[in-house]
Design a protein around this ligand. Structure first.
Ligand code: FES
Ligand SMILES: [Fe+2]
Length: 439
């Protein structure tokens, strides 16, 4: 196992402008990542709207750990390891559902939705044994910490460390912007989820989100026909799918205007003023409803914040303005599931949700006309890194030219490798820190 890799050896894999290929290919390092990164960072779990009422539950993972997320009768959200406290059977296999109690399918132990054991068949058989209802090991084990921010649920397997808000730092404003876009201040995860298994390391998928040097090349077969077809329409009558695909073929100069901002712990956002999500129609009623709640100036401020992607390292990339969240679920060193979720803004007509769902289908889904371009790129990277040609992966672009801001954030043009360097700075910190807890 990875425990035999020393911290010095790990630290040497990350250099200021390049990383060693082992970070993407070594199964022992992957095991260590699950323990030291996914076992110590706040990991995105879902949204409170997925467990609206007591008894609602869904299942997901934290790194490779299967968990159950419940809303209990005390109205709190609990995150439980998906393992029966008796002999270890997985308790819930359904992706989501509703239950007053959780009954194990093997010997019928019954637990409440906060994980406490409530019934054991033929309980008298345990008399004079060490088994006792007062012993917490007879309950389902809870994940050490759970916190929500404006409805977004995160869990942390480590008992100690920064609280969620401090850990998110300035990136928290992207969640604010996502929720503030609803006139009622509510959002709801809906519209289904797309799951797509990729034959590549989770970090390759995450890096692609901030790789503005790739869309014009990798997605040429998607944007070029779209551009051609779009010529048939006046700008204000362009069909939405064409408006979504065309900007992938924008110039490098345009992509540079989608500035990258890094803000600690591996978190980043791209854009602010510029984004490829331009030219989508917006209902004037929506703007009027927003102005009725927030006033004209604040509405303008909220709607003009155009962050193309915010990455909360290591588990999600989300588009506040387009109401979509991509969730990364590592399976093995060369296998990752990407989930894409959409959310609906409270008090807003369904048209905006339909725009998000359409974007997901066009760009991210397994049957999209862009998602499999990226799949091919990930696959080629994972395979290319198996060769003995070179041990190093370049992160040189715009190195040494970052702009350091007074608030601690750092900025660079959209085609810089700044985000990759920042993510690996966080990677190295988690992987070599003496403060990390074994999960
Ligand atoms: S393993 Fe669950 S009741 Fe025995
Ligand atoms: Fe792409």
């Amino acid at each position: 196992m990875g425990a035999s890799i020393s911290n010095d050896e790990i630290a040497a894999l990350v250099q200021p402008n390049r990383v060693h290929k082992r970070v993407y290919t070594d199964p022992a390092l992957f095991d260590l990542e699950m323990e030291r990164i996914w076992g110590n960072a706040w990991i995105f779990i879902g949204h409170e709207s997925q467990v609206k009422s007591p008894g609602d539950f869904f299942t997901t993972t934290i790194g490779k750990q299967p968990v159950i997320v419940t809303r209990h009768s005390d109205n709190q959200v609990y995150v439980l390891y998906n393992r029966c406290a008796h002999k270890g059977a997985q308790l819930i296999v359904a992706p989501c559902g509703h239950a007053q109690q959780l009954r194990c399918a093997y010997h019928g132990y019954v637990f409440d939705t906060a994980g406490a054991l409530v019934h054991v068949p033929k309980g008298e058989g345990y008399q004079n044994s060490a088994f006792s209802r007062d012993n917490p090991s007879t309950d389902i084990r809870r994940v050490a910490r759970v916190e929500t921010y404006r409805g977004f649920i995160f869990a942390n397997q480590a008992l100690h460390g920064p609280d969620l808000a401090s850990w998110l730092g300035p990136a928290i404003t992207s969640f604010d912007n996502a929720v503030d876009r609803s006139p009622t201040g509510e959002i709801e995860m809906t519209g289904g989820v797309l799951r797509y298994m990729h034959d590549a390391n989770w970090k390759i998928l995450l890096e692609n989100v901030s790789d503005n040097m790739h869309p014009a090349v990798t997605h040429q077969s998607a944007w070029q026909p779209a551009k051609q077809a779009a010529r048939e329409f006046p700008d204000d009558q362009k069909p939405l799918p064409l408006a979504m695909l065309e900007p992938f073929g924008s110039s490098y100069e345009f992509f540079d205007t989608i500035a990258m901002t890094t803000c600690g712990n591996g978190h980043t956002w791209s854009g602010g003023n510029a984004t490829i999500h331009i030219g989508y129609p917006r209902e004037s009623k929506y703007v009027r409803d927003m102005e009725a709640v927030h006033g004209e100036e604040k509405t303008n401020r909220i709607l003009s914040m155009q962050r193309q992607n915010t990455i909360i390292y290591p588990s999600i990339a989300f588009k506040s303005a387009l109401q979509t969240i991509r969730v990364y679920r590592p399976i093995a060193v060369d296998k990752t599931i990407q989930e894409t979720w959409t959310f609906k803004l409270g008090g807003v007509a369904d048209d905006m949700l339909h725009t998000s769902v359409l974007y997901n289908q066009l760009i991210f889904s397994p049957y999209s006309i862009a998602g499999h371009d990226d799949y091919e790129a990930y696959h080629r990277i994972q395979h290319g890194l198996q060769t003995e040609a070179s041990e190093w992966v370049s992160q040189h672009r715009h190195y040494g030219r970052d702009q350091h801001n007074d608030d601690g954030t750092t900025q660079a043009p959209g085609t810089s490798d700044i985000v990759f360097r920042h993510e690996f700075e966080a990677w190295k910190n988690y992987m070599t820190s003496s403060n990390v807890e074994a999960s």
